[in-house]
Design a binder for this molecule. Structure first.
Ligand code: G1P
Length: 291
């Protein structure tokens, strides 16, 4: 099973990040030196996915522009002899093919994925949620692509979350049939902690097959009155057609301020040029913050 396309839903309002996101798409919030969405696209690219389908809306054009050439800026950088920066801005435009479809109304993640049907056609495809940044040795989505390819089945990525956080996620009930590999029996969207069958939470990484579209088309509004991808996954699970992989790596939900700020520090600390200065600055800051 060859996977080349990835659907990235980006039509959300980003209310958790207001007022920063009043006019700036949440996917463009910088995480250290790059907009958040660039990390997601780089993860896809490193896993060999070549076609990115943004499910977007009229306020998100700046996202497409970020992955396009900016010839005026390039001319300025060239004239100034800033060749390293020039290379960096050009590289972003060469990463992947960008295809954009519109989600005319925001009716939920299931609806967003369905909007990509005409582009995805009859191929297996990945879905990556733009809010979730994942970092591991190999690209996080690669873990799912490999399993989907070997098992010829749709796969969702899961991580173990603390009990008090299960109500923020889709939670699976599943049997582990190989290390970190599960057969999913049921999926529950944002259950209360006392109703959750496990602490295995779906993170924003999926590899799906076109069969999902038929289920998405038939969806009724689910949790929160939205068309939930989770409900279509539940139909797959009931037909014994859904696997889950426990993912390894560092995960940041950029819609959460603590995660967002931690992600910035994480990347800055990885930058040798900055690390020492940043540590000194944080050391100075901490005693002030505790006062
Ligand atoms: C969506 C899904 C949920 C999943 C989560 C991962 O929820 O509906 O099942 O666990 O993404 O990020 P959202 O965060 O969009 O409310």
């Amino acid at each position: 099973m060859e996977v080349t396309k990835v659907v990235i839903p980006v039509a959300g309002w980003g209310t958790r990040s207001l007022p920063a996101t009043k006019n700036l798409p949440k996917e463009m919030l910088p995480v250290y030196r790059k907009p958040a969405v660039q990390y997601v696209v780089e993860e896809a690219m490193h896993a060999g996915l070549t076609d990115v389908v943004f499910v977007s809306n009229q306020y998100k054009r700046v996202l497409e522009d970020h992955f396009d050439r900016n010839l005026s800026l390039e001319a300025v950088l060239k004239r100034a002899g800033k060749y390293d920066l020039l290379r960096q801005v050009q590289e972003v435009a060469e990463m992947v093919n960008i295809i954009s479809v519109r989600q005319k109304e925001q009716l939920g993640l299931g609806h967003a994925v369905l909007c990509a049907r005409e582009v995805v056609k009859q191929e297996p495809f990945a879905v990556m949620v733009g809010d979730d940044l994942m970092f591991s040795q190999e690209p996080a989505i690669q873990q799912l692509v490999d399993v989907a390819r070997n098992e010829h089945m749709p796969v969702v990525g899961v991580v173990e979350v603390p009990k008090e956080k299960v109500s923020k996620y889709g939670i699976i009930q599943a049997e582990e049939f190989a290390p970190d590999l599960f057969r999913v029996r049921q999926v529950f969207e944002k259950p209360e902690p006392e109703d959750a069958p496990s602490r295995l939470a779906i993170v924003g990484r999926y590899v799906l097959t076109p069969e999902i579209f038929d289920y998405l088309e038939k969806l009724e509004p689910g949790h929160g009155g939205e068309y939930q991808l989770t409900d279509a996954l539940q139909a797959l699970a009931q037909n014994n057609r859904l696997l889950a992989v426990k993912m390894v790596g560092q995960r940041f939900d950029i819609g959460d301020w603590v995660d967002y700020l931690t992600a910035n520090i994480y990347f800055a600390l990885k930058d040798e040029d900055l690390r020492q200065d940043l540590i000194s600055s944080l050391e100075e800051l901490l005693p002030c913050a505790q006062r």
